[in-house]
Design a protein around this ligand. Structure first.
Ligand SMILES: [Zn+2]
Length: 71
């Protein structure tokens, strides 16, 4: 046991938004996998390099998974 080494072990309980960065997305239209080296997050727009469609990313509150809405 090493008490100094461990902060409280609980999950973060930050109030408010949690910022999640993603570094790839799967196109809902053509299922192409698009790597994003710069990363993106909820509210950002992403573009499928394969079919050229653009989407706005959001994070589903229930599942925590990213969703993409065509725009
Ligand atoms: Zn696509």
């Amino acid at each position: 046991m090493c008490p100094d080494d461990q902060h409280d072990g609980g999950e973060d309980e930050k109030a408010g938004e949690k910022v999640k960065r993603l570094f790839e997305f799967e196109c809902p239209l053509c299922s192409a996998n698009n790597p994003y080296d710069d990363g993106f997050g909820a509210g950002d727009e992403v573009r499928c390099y394969y079919c050229g469609s653009e989407f706005r990313c959001s994070i589903d509150d229930m599942t925590g998974k990213p969703k993409y809405r065509e725009h």
